[in-house]
Write a protein that binds this ligand. Structure first.
Ligand code: EPZ
Length: 418
């Protein structure tokens, strides 16, 4: 079992550079299935999920290479229509290949994505959206078999829930459809706007990304682009929470302050000082004053991001004597880090979708197990302030979403042992 020992308590100081966004890079890399010619995607984080996506693109007939945070991709006229089981099942986002393969080939066979630790995470909204475009869908032998009846025509579809992945899958399908598509109740996350900007640079006509309605005029073909991925707003929130829990003083570089207002507002409300030096530089510090508990609930963007709740929970767990609550409205099982935090001496009660956090004076080092990406980050953050050596197991979870995480933390003063 992969493990990491984090020594506490420490106080983080210095500067950290935020990497490109995993959740923007994954759909953009997958969108290159739509393109002909060579594309160059920059500011791509070096993560295991990115390497999985590169293997997936190669399995579909594209050429893809990763060097120095740049992915060079050569499109193909012969996109294979079957996505390999072993690549889809260990990364849910790979179901996003369905839309682009359908758009290029008119036929796709994609393994039904497994749920994951944080919930069943069905793809019914994706599939109902495809049906609205006239796609025939069958599920057999664990594969979703999708087939268009002739040319795919632009359609209208209102999503039951603003699913990020379903919005992205349908944007990619509609980009090469014949005629106009109107998608309503779509996700408004920054990663949606980044995908739209990428598609438009490749010759698509996608309007309204970032609002609840996206209108797409289909185009006959899309060509290669050079494109930089936006900064990772969740990685940013992770480092903000790490500095907050250690009462540190850090400048974060290459952030996008407009996309992280959710976490900025909450940490200010708790009592930390956050100064937006410019739109890509943020300074967080603590002036020694009282810190207060907060009550938050996760919501689709621009509400408080579900991906930030685990890391914030670690911060709230250490506000001695203060009561806070976090209500998770997006996923049905995203509190698996709570038991592990309680093993470290936190005092958190879970009742369904709501966690009530009773802040304590300190946490004690312990052996804990990471259960998912963001919950794992929350445990690492807690280990920074726990007395002694906290042994983190299943650290492969955090390697999926955090580039050079130990290197970046060591530069800020964290101490690890293996
Ligand atoms: C994306 O996942 C992100 N992943 C997630 O980040 C993020 O938590 C999530 O959006 C919400 O913001 C990537 O971008 C790779 P959804 P996605 O479809 O697209 C339900 C991280 O930590 N749903 O918006 O899978 C679903 O079960 C990851 O970086 C359906 O019911 O999220 C969930 O409860 C974790 N049917 C809710 O909607 C569907 O067809 C949100 O899912 C699709 C989704």
């Amino acid at each position: 079992m992969s493990k990491l020992v984090v020594k506490g308590p420490v106080r983080l100081e210095g500067r950290v550079r935020i990497s490109g966004a995993k959740n923007a890079a994954l759909p953009i890399l997958i969108a290159t299935i739509l393109l002909k010619g060579e594309s160059v995607i920059t500011n791509v984080p070096n993560l295991t999920d990115i390497m999985t996506t590169i293997r997936l693109l190669r399995s579909l007939g594209l050429k893809a290479e990763f060097t120095n945070n740049t992915v060079t991709i050569m499109g193909t006229n012969d996109v294979r229509h079957i996505a390999p089981y072993e690549l889809i099942t260990n990364m849910r986002a790979s179901f996003l290949v369905a839309g682009p393969i359908l758009a290029r080939v008119g036929f796709a066979k994609v393994p039904y994505p497994g749920g994951c630790a944080i919930g069943t995470r069905p793809v019914d909204i994706h599939l109902n959206g495809f049906r609205a475009f006239g796609i025939d869908i069958r599920v057999e032998h664990g594969f979703v078999v999708l087939k268009s009846n002739g040319k795919i025509r632009g359609s209208k579809y209102t999503l039951d829930f603003p699913s990020v992945g379903a919005t992205q899958n349908l944007m990619m399908l509609a980009s090469l459809a014949e005629g106009t598509s109107v998608l309503k109740n779509v996700a408004k996350e920054p990663e949606i706007e980044d995908l739209a900007a990428f598609l438009n640079q490749a010759g698509a006509n996608v309007q309204g990304a970032g609002t609840d309605t996206i209108r797409i005029e289909g185009v006959p073909e899309m060509i290669n682009v050079n494109y930089p991925v936006i900064p990772d707003r969740i990685e940013t929130a992770t480092y903000l929470c790490a500095v907050a829990i250690t009462r540190g003083d850090v400048i974060l570089e290459k952030v996008n302050t407009a996309q992280i207002q959710d976490i900025i507002k909450v940490l200010r409300k708790v009592g930390y000082t956050l100064e937006e030096i410019d739109d890509e530089t943020l300074h967080i510090s603590y002036d020694g004053g009282d810190l207060k508990g907060v009550n938050i609930k996760t919501e689709p963007f621009p509400g408080f991001s579900t991906d930030n709740q685990a890391m914030l929970m670690s911060v709230l767990a250490m506000i001695d004597g203060e009561k806070s609550s976090i209500t998770e409205t997006i996923f049905e099982n995203r509190f698996m880090h709570v038991n592990e935090l309680n093993r470290m001496g936190a005092n958190i009660e879970v009742d369904g979708r709501k966690a009530v956090i009773h802040g304590v004076r300190n946490l004690s080092s312990s052996a804990v197990k990471m259960m998912d990406l963001r919950g794992g980050a929350a445990l690492l953050i807690a280990g920074l302030v726990a007395d002694g050596d906290t042994v983190l197991y299943n650290t492969y979870h955090i390697l999926r979403g955090y580039e050079d995480i130990t290197g970046k933390f060591i530069k800020l003063g964290a101490k690890f042992a293996h």
